[in-house]
Write a new protein. Structure first.
Length: 304
């Protein structure tokens, strides 16, 4: 069992976080991956008993990619190094993963302290969770939770394309698209200890997450994505064409010839969008089958 803690300037909290997970999960190896911290995060983590490694590319997604590539284990527990997630909840999450042979268990956050989670972040979480559910058919209660337990076959089949805090969204979509068995456990979420500061940018990271959801939808649902663009173009073309048709029926003339050319071009582009979506959907289906086979080639949780 491996506990993975990505860290950036968490000197104030990392020691207590490491000790908490070592106490909660006896026998687990705690890995702290430092992401160019300019404080004593590395030294403090090592003194607390963690295996400390580094990732020079800035961003949580880059750190997760490195952790998943480097560490071999049967069960992976991932959390933040800021002591906001409760290490005591980890055993129940691991037990659910193994007992039900799941591939991911998400620790959904319960805010027991008012300052633990900013109101704007709560609203944003709800909005993006609803958006993900609407686009992909189902979702999780808390898609941005960084407290997760994974099976080996999830970790080793997850490509990790994101660079920053949008990594949790990518994890959620990966599980949904491959129809992995997943679960959720409610966990307490605490305020950061004194001296620890959030690295999140409400608007900057929110925009990046929105772009990530759009990109994943375009890649994973190309028929619907490009079909929607084609349908929009057809609707606009029809609205523009109605006066032309009416005039032609009354006079037999087409006086607004540029509009007629525009309508024709929009219909052609709409048809191209639909066919592009159908072709890309075939490609996506092939990619998904390959990813699914790679995922199934790895052992299930609890199996040798």
């Amino acid at each position: 069992m491996a506990v993975l803690l990505p860290c950036f300037n968490e000197e104030a909290a990392i020691a207590a976080t490491v000790r908490g997970f070592r106490d909660a999960l006896a026998g687990a190896t705690v890995y702290v991956y430092d992401n160019n911290s300019c404080d004593r995060t590395r030294q403090v983590a090592a003194e607390a008993g963690a295996v400390v490694r580094s990732e020079k590319q800035q961003g949580k997604g880059n750190v997760v990619r490195r952790m998943f590539a480097d560490v071999d284990a049967d069960v992976y527990v991932m959390a933040d190094g800021d002591l906001t997630y409760d290490p005591a909840a980890a055993p129940a999450m691991v037990e659910m993963l193994l007992a039900d042979q799941l591939d991911m268990v998400v620790g959904t956050r319960r805010h027991e302290v008012k300052d633990a989670y900013r109101g704007g972040h709560v609203l944003g979480n709800r909005v993006f969770t609803g958006l993900l559910s609407g686009l992909f058919g189902r979702s999780f209660s808390d898609i941005f939770s960084g407290y997760r337990v994974f099976s080996r076959r999830f970790v080793k089949s997850f490509p990790v394309l994101s660079a920053g805090f949008e990594i949790e969204t990518e994890m959620s979509v990966h599980a949904l698209e491959l129809r992995m068995p997943v679960g959720e456990v409610e966990t307490s979420y605490a305020a950061r200890p004194e001296g620890s500061h959030s690295k999140l940018s409400t608007y900057g990271d929110g925009w990046r997450i929105l772009k990530t959801i759009g990109t994943l939808y375009r890649v994973e649902r190309p028929a619907l994505f490009y079909g929607a663009i084609g349908a929009l173009l057809v609707v606009v073309a029809i609205l523009l064409a109605i006066p032309l048709v009416r005039t032609y029926m009354e006079t037999g003339l087409v006086p607004r010839f540029p509009t007629a050319i525009l309508v024709t071009g929009m219909i052609i582009i709409a048809v191209l969008c639909v066919f592009a979506g159908l072709i890309l959907d075939t490609v996506t289906r092939g990619r998904r089958e390959v990813r699914r086979l790679a995922y199934l080639s790895l052992a299930a949780p609890g199996e040798p």
